[in-house]
Design a protein around this ligand. Structure first.
Ligand code: SAM
Length: 282
């Protein structure tokens, strides 16, 4: 082990068999482990007989803890960062810490392992050559819908994290915004007893989840097939003129609805053109 290194150590997302020997070895060898929740991680420590001192590092104390960790690195110590599950920094704390540690010139070494979205994507059957990880959607409906609308014509596979209490609302928003035909995969409880990876058209998927309370339990990754290329086709100049006139007088939503009615074109196509026009204007 080299001097003064910060190790970013992945831990299992359910199945303890996914803990790598290198992760165990690193956590045993370092002088300090910064953990998102020390109580939660103490079970993992016990299981693997790791006795290293732990400090809590979470969203609310990351800045002050980063200063203390820098000090320990300056003293020549090695430190590991873990989160409650999976890979730290992936929808988990640690970004600020890694920035300041790298800026201070110390080595940051990843010890890779489980990550829920990579596991989900690898087994989803969706295109994996190009994808976007969107993390958690906003909790508020308006912000959530805006985030979904912003990627309605995105051709790459879309990957989201979701919690059980927002699953239904998110799926319904996806159904309305991406449309009933969009193929979507729900990966639930990965590596655990009730692991389920189920894909269908959004309309059928919503019905399936709705009809089985068990499918709303646990942890989820939602993966949405990218938009078909035709949805990105440019509008002709007449339609563009109509849309820009409507946008001058009406809200984006009203202008898009009216333009759809007048032209008979798909909402997704008009919506994306309207977003592009707004972006160019601002
Ligand atoms: N850092 C973690 C990683 O590498 O995947 C993610 C942490 S984030 C706070 C927690 C979210 O990850 C959950 O709400 C869920 O969306 C997803 N997740 C974590 N474990 C999962 C599992 N076993 N099955 C499905 N999704 C999981």
């Amino acid at each position: 082990m080299t001097d003064s290194t910060l190790y970013i150590v992945s831990t299992p997302i359910g199945n303890l068999g996914d803990m790598s020997p290198r992760a165990v070895e690193t956590l045993k060898a370092v002088d300090l482990i910064a953990a998102e929740d020390t109580r939660h991680s103490s079970r993992l420590m016990q299981y693997f007989d790791i006795k290293t001192q732990m400090w809590a590092l979470h969203d609310h104390n990351e800045r002050s803890q980063a200063d203390r960790i820098l000090q320990r690195l300056e003293e020549g110590e090695n430190i590991a960062l873990i989160s409650d599950a999976g890979t730290p920094l992936i929808s988990d704390p640690g970004y600020h810490l890694v920035r300041v540690v790298r800026d201070a010139g110390y080595t940051v070494v990843p010890v890779p392992g489980a990550c829920a979205f990579v596991a989900a994507l690898s087994a989803s059957g969706l295109p994996t050559d190009r994808f976007i990880f969107e993390g958690f959607l906003p909790a508020k409906t308006k912000a959530r819908r805006e985030r979904l609308e912003a990627v309605v014509t995105e051709p790459r596979t879309l990957v989201y994290y979701e919690s059980p209490h927002r699953l239904t609302d998110t799926l319904i928003d996806m159904l309305e915004i991406f449309g009933p035909e969009r193929y979507t995969v729900m990966a639930r409880e990965l590596t655990k007893t009730f692991e389920t990876i189920h894909g269908d058209r959004l309309e059928a998927l919503v019905k399936w989840v709705d009809g089985d309370a068990n499918q709303k339990r646990g942890e989820f990754v939602l993966l949405v097939h990218g938009a078909e290329q035709e949805q990105r086709e440019d509008l002709d100049s007449e339609t563009r003129h109509l849309l820009s006139t409507l946008l001058e007088e009406l809200s984006l939503k009203q202008a898009v609805s009216l333009a759809c009615k007048i032209t008979g074109l798909r909402r997704k196509q008009i919506y994306q053109a309207a977003l592009d026009m707004k972006a160019t204007d601002s």
